[in-house]
Design a binder for this molecule. Structure first.
Ligand code: XIL
Length: 452
């Protein structure tokens, strides 16, 4: 605003100055609230913003400066794939993957593991295998690589691109698929056993909106959940041109509703509507609490695997593009944070132990998640009223951290729980409940009840 016009009288000039100052202070306030990097902006809602990294570029200072400033999650672009990590059968090479992981962790970033099994970028020796020999080699690969990186990976793409394009909604033909339809669940079980802390994802492309392919994956995840096959997340690669699918948010939501996290794992967008489309993808993720983060597939346009399409957030010389501002603005506009509900299974086992005729029985309802549990124990009186009771549980690996409505004799191994004053009396055939929370596993509690 120009304040020097000689025709401006004193009073309007004062008013103008006041308005200018007010305007300035409003801008300052807005700036103070907005994060200025992608990672910090995503973190405001508990999410991450990541990029694919190539080990060979870690000596490029422009690349590394942007990486360290903007991103707080890293995926190895090629270095953790099967051909890189097991070039000869049973001989593992983690040099490139470790380099990327150490650079990331050393700069406070987390790492997505990509990818344990895929029909592409297999070493030649695996391409030549089939049947049970290939199955055994594949599962061993999952076990070895996930064990090497145990405890260091936020989420693994356990299986990549196993579904067919087109309308079938079925699996893609591949040497892995020909070992039997259960190869995916075998891989997930092996990954869980090797690294129980990593989230385990299924990752694919052309699955960003609702279509036959994403529905095939949806049905697989639902089946895995119903049968207790370990799966924690679905990756939508999001290699796009011009637009985000209009039903991307709905697609993310339907996966979230199955009880898995969703991540945008390899985002790049070509075309003249790029900036708008980047904003739309960001908003689709932010709108779903279980969409936990977004990863772009490279830093500068010159780093992209889509040569000549310029689909990334930075120009080849490292300048921020309009698409960058579109993402940053959308992240700063916020959204509900990722859910903190990490419950994975709820099972109920009932024991029929009744050591005293007319005594009592106990059953447990277990709410188990990765790393902890809540056990709710129901004490039911037999044919006579209880005047006091004792329940014995066995914690084979977990530890009790808190309890309610009973006194415990310890926190691990065999624990005896006795009633408190207000729940000692239980009429014949009636029930009372107590509970405890713990770390680790609450499976195998096997409660038994005795009148006391
Ligand atoms: C790409 C890499 O970016 C290229 O450097 C490599 O030559 C081929 O693979 N889906 C995936 C990624 O899951 O691993 C692919 O990465 C891109 C498509």
């Amino acid at each position: 605003m120009k304040l020097t016009s000689r025709s401006v009288s004193l009073i309007p000039l004062v008013a103008t100055v006041a308005a200018a100052v007010l305007g300035a202070s409003l801008i300052v306030t807005a700036t103070a609230n907005a994060a200025t990097t992608l990672g910090a902006a995503a973190a405001q809602s508990g999410r991450y913003y990541g990029t694919a990294v190539a080990a060979g570029k870690l000596g490029d200072s422009t690349y590394v400066n942007i990486l360290n400033t903007e991103f707080n999650m890293v995926t190895a672009e090629n270095e953790m794939k099967w051909d890189a990590t097991e070039p000869n059968r049973g001989q593992f090479n983690y040099s490139g993957g470790d380099r990327i992981l150490n650079q990331a962790v050393g700069n406070g970033k987390r790492v997505r593991g990509h990818a344990l099994l895929w029909h592409q970028q297999q070493p030649g020796w695996a391409q030549g295998l089939s049947g049970s020999d290939l199955r055994q080699a594949a599962i061993n690969h999952v076990t070895q690589v996930a064990t090497h990186y145990r405890g260091k990976i936020y989420a693994w793409d356990v299986v990549n691109e196993a579904f067919a394009d087109g309308g079938s909604g079925g699996r893609r033909d591949s040497n892995l698929q020909r070992t039997g339809n259960d190869w995916i669940e075998a891989a997930f079980r092996a990954a869980r056993a090797a690294d129980p802390a990593a989230k385990l994802c299924y990752n694919d492309y052309n699955t960003d909106g609702i279509n036959a392919k994403s529905t095939g994956i949806y049905n697989m995840v639902r089946d895995f959940k119903s049968r207790g096959v370990p799966i924690d997340c679905v990756g939508l690669q999001a290699h796009l041109t011009n637009n985000a699918p209009s039903d991307m948010q709905a697609n993310i939501q339907r996966f979230a509703d199955l009880g898995v996290d969703v991540q945008i794992t390899e985002l790049d967008i070509a075309g003249s509507n790029q900036a708008n489309a980047y904003g739309a993808v960001t908003r689709a993720c932010l709108a779903v609490a279980r969409c936990t983060g977004i990863t772009v597939w490279g830093i500068r346009d010159s780093d992209s695997w889509r040569t000549g399409e310029n689909p990334l957030l930075f120009t080849s010389s490292g300048a921020k593009k309009a698409a960058y501002n579109s993402v940053l603005d959308a992240l700063n506009a916020g959204g509900p944070g990722p859910t903190t509900t990490t419950t994975t299974t709820t099972t109920t086992t009932t024991t029929t132990t009744d050591p005293v005729p007319g005594g009592c029985t106990a059953s447990v309802s277990l709410n188990q998640w990765n790393g902890g549990f809540v056990a709710t124990i129901k004490v039911t009186a037999g044919s006579s009223a209880l005047r006091g009771w004792r329940v014995t549980t066995t914690l084979s690996s977990g530890t009790v951290t808190s309890s309610w409505s009973a006194n415990g004799s310890g926190t691990s191994g065999t624990v005896n729980w006795t009633n408190v004053d207000y729940n000692a009396n239980v009429p014949a055939g009636q029930s009372t409940e107590f509970g405890f929370q713990g770390n680790g596993s609450g499976s195998g509690l096997n409660p038994s009840c005795a009148a006391s």
